[in-house]
Every structure is written in C-alpha cells, then in structure tokens.
Design a protein around this ligand. Structure first.
Ligand code: GLU
Length: 474
C-alpha cells in the first residue's frame, strides 16, 4: 500500500447537496489537497426508492460550482452490489459470519423482550453457532457478522479522540439481507476498502457506525482507515440546523449571490481555525488545513458572518475574475437573466469599468445586480421614489446647468474631466457640490445611491450620460 492519502465524499443522492454535506466534502477535499492525495466521490445510491438521478446531478453540479472537484469517475455504490455480496459470502467461508434464518415474528419477539427489559433492541445470536445443515429447506437466510461479545471496540478518531463502544452493545448485525442486498453498513466498508480510502472524514452522526464498521474490517483482516468524525452544523441559536437557519442546498447559496470561495472560507471556519485568520483564499486553506485541528464542538451557522465575509472576498478579488464569476452566476440570480440577455461586449467593458465602484457597495452578487442595473436600464429611465425626491424643487434648474457644463467639455470623456466641469459649474453658480451631484446621480441611475457619480458618467459615456440627464430636464 502506498502512503498517499485517499479521502472520499460519499453523499446519498436523495436531495440536493446541502450545506453540511458541502462542508464534509470541503474537509475531504482540503485534506487531500493539503497532503497531495486524492479525493474520490462515491454516490451511495443503494436505497433505490429514495435515490434519484436528479439528486446525483444536483450534487455533482453543487460540487462543481464550489470547485470541489473529485479525482476519477464517481463510483456508484449500487453497481457494486455483486462485490458486496461476494465479501459477505467470503465472511461466511472465513467463519466470521453466518446465515441467520430467524423469521420476522422471531425478530419481533426479540425486540419486544429487549424493550420489556429496557434494553436496546438486539439480535440474540440464535443462529450464530448452529450447524448450517439445520437451515430450513428452501429458506434464504440473511448473513450476520459475528460481532465480539465482550470487551470494547475503540475508535481512534482524529477529531473526537478515543471513543469506546462496549461490545455487548454491538449485536450480530446483518451484512447481507435475505433478498441478497447488502446493508449500508457493509457496503460502505467494502467500498472504502476497495477504493483504497486511507482517511474517512464524515459527519459525527456516523460515529456509532464506525464501531460496527470496524468489526467488518477486522473480520476481513483489512486495515481500518484513519477516522475523523466532524461535528454537525447547528443554527445560530444552537438548535439543529433547519431551513430557517440555512439548511439549504448549495444552489440556494449560489442564488443568494455568494461566491464559491467565500462560502468555502465560511464553511472551513465552521469548526476549524488557523490562528486568528478569518479571511482565507482557497490556496491559504489548502496550505493550512489539517483534519486534526477541527474542533469537536458543534459549529454554529451565522448568515450575517457569511454575508460580511462574502463582501470582503468580493472586494479582494480582482475585477476581471469577479466579472467572470458574476457573468456565470447571472442565470441563477434574481434579475440576473435580464442582464445576461443584454450583455454584449460593450456592456461587459462598462461593467468591468464600473466594478471597482459597484463592489464597494455590494456584499453579494445579488446586490451587484441591483447596483449594476443602471448600466442596463433603457431610456427614459425608471426613477425610484428616493431619486424622484432628489429631482424635485430647484434640482431641475441645477441639472439644466450641469447638462450644459458637461456638454461643453471637450477632449476625453473621463471621470476627472466630468468632475472638473461639475465643480466649476457648482462654484460659479454658488451651489454645494452635493446639490449638483445628487440630482445628477438620480438622472443617470434612477436611484439615490450608486458608485461615485463621476465614475458613473465615465462608465456610461458622453452620449448616454447627456441623454439621460436631458430626459430629466425637458
Ligand atoms: N452516505 C452517507 C451520508 O450521506 C455518508 C456515509 C459515509 O460517509 O460513510 O450521510
């Protein structure tokens, strides 16, 4: 066996890639990238009733959007059922497992009697030591593993520490059902072994499964991978994560206008830290991440923090890169498709020029759509209520003068040239700069807030700027 780290993300395709799953994928991916290893993807589609192709597609799409790209082809757990069966039969041959023919009624009676004694339901091992020749004729038994009866099973977990499970609580659980289908517990172990997984990183809701899975590893004489069970994400109030708290599919975060990098930064920081560093690039996370540094306490999801962090990432990002992401995300953003439909090369150039001003005022791409709307607006512009108020009273007269002053400029139409003309006009007329700039902004954008008005003038260009102002004075 090589020393190379191999992790895996193993989602069940019963719904979207939810935010907790994304964080599990992220930790697997970061650990693999940090160590120069691989992250494989296994779709746990054994539950045929609940697994759908649409969910698988949504999971792949969510991972791709986040940039959490797996190595190799995704593995379908369902397609590996013959191998799971073969290993179960091998366990019987090795004397580590046996066929059990207990009827449903017998099993129910066992559960009843355990319940009456206040014990957890467990199988009593009645077929464990029976001679296979006693099998009822024609019956197809289930295969149960011989779990150790005393002592304890210890999971050496890199996040949870040493976790001890008394073996008396591990009954002889089923690895292969009487219909020939493997149980989930068994399929996971066989797949992890065959895929060469060296490190299992998953939610701590699987911690008790780890003890059972170790029984299978030992019975087969296989190495047990390193285990890390990461705490689940809770809501800001400490309660289990619900929709209201942010328990949504990652596509909902895309539609809310978060950048993949910011969302990953936020998710990484939920339960993991590197000194006082809050803002991290993906390269930083890869360089710094270690699974052993993940906390075992539950992490709390906080939308306000995510939003603030997203704003920081938007401002830090270079404009061309941000523009790329923005354009690719437009189809998913409210108001985005309308912009996408009108985005020609000239408008792209305008957008790029406006981006430094726009991103100062936006914490999400949705806010960026809103801020950029003026670039795409058709004349005469719709004027919102606050902007209309700025155009009342003597504002129109002031605007008329500003229009003339701008029109009189010669040479290149730049923010600096526009600013010089407007300042001179304000000074000459005894107006405060704001008394000119505010109605100007309202006329140019239809809004009361925007990037700096001189930048707006520069981005819109001479002809469009003058026409928009003229629309408000005639
Ligand atoms: N399919 C399981 C889940 O979605 C993960 C199992 C595992 O990681 O071992 O919770």
């Amino acid at each position: 066996m090589s020393d190379k780290v191999v992790t895996r993300f193993a989602p069940s395709p019963t719904g979207f890639l939810h935010i907790g799953g994304a964080r599990t994928a992220l930790f697997n991916w970061l650990y693999a990238r940090h160590t120069g290893g691989k992250m494989l993807l296994r779709i746990e589609d054994t539950d045929r009733e609940r697994s759908t192709d649409a969910a698988t597609a949504a999971i792949l799409d969510g991972l791709s959007w986040l940039g959490l790209i797996w190595d190799g082809e995704p593995v379908s757990q369902f397609e590996r059922a013959p191998r799971h069966r073969a290993v179960a039969e091998e366990l019987v041959r090795l004397g580590k497992a046996y066929y059990c023919y207990a009827t449903p009624a017998e099993l129910e009676a066992m559960r009843e009697s355990a319940r009456a004694k206040g014990l957890p339901p467990r199988y009593d091992g009645r077929w464990r030591d029976r001679n296979p020749s006693e099998a009822p004729v024609g019956a197809k038994g289930a295969i149960r593993i011989k779990a150790p009866a005393d002592g304890e099973t210890v999971v050496h977990d890199r996040v949870q520490g040493e976790v001890r499970f008394p073996n008396k609580d591990l009954d002889d659980f089923i690895v292969l059902r009487s219909d020939g289908n493997p149980t989930y517990m068994h399929a996971v172990v066989v797949d992890d072994h065959d895929m060469g997984i060296t490190h299992i990183i998953r939610g701590d809701d699987h911690l008790t499964n780890a003890a059972r899975q170790m029984v299978i590893y030992r019975a087969m004489g296989w190495d047990v991978p390193s285990m890390s069970h990461i705490p689940l994400i809770h809501g800001a109030d400490g309660a289990k994560l619900s929709k209201r708290h942010g328990a949504l599919g990652v596509e909902a975060y895309r539609a809310m206008g978060y950048l993949p990098e910011a969302l990953l930064n936020y998710l990484a920081r939920l339960g993991w830290s590197h000194g006082d560093d809050e803002v991290m690039s993906i390269a930083d996370m890869i360089a710094w991440f270690d699974i052993g540094d993940v906390n075992k306490g539950a992490a709390r999801f906080d939308f306000a923090k995510l939003e603030a962090l997203n704003g920081v990432h938007m401002r830090r990002m270079n404009d061309a890169e941000l523009l790329d992401i923005f354009i690719n995300t437009l189809p998913y953003l409210e108001g985005g498709p309308a912009i996408a439909a009108r985005l020609d090369d000239a408008r792209k150039a305008q957008l790029l020029a406006a981006l430094p001003g726009l991103k100062e005022r936006a914490k999400t791409l949705v806010e960026l759509v809103d801020g950029a709307a003026f670039l795409f607006a058709e004349r005469p512009l719709p004027i919102d209520e606050k902007a209309a108020a700025l155009l009342g009273g003597e504002a129109r007269e002031i605007l008329r003068g500003a229009h003339a002053a701008l029109k009189a400029t010669s040479g290149d139409w730049t923010a600096a040239a526009a600013e010089a003309a407007i300042r001179e006009y304000a000074l000459a007329g005894g107006h405060k700069l704001g008394a000119v700039a505010q109605p100007l902004r309202a006329a140019l954008t239809g809004k009361s807030t925007s990037p700096g008005v001189f930048d707006v003038l520069a981005v819109l260009g001479r002809e469009e700027s003058l026409a928009r102002v003229a629309d408000q004075i005639d």
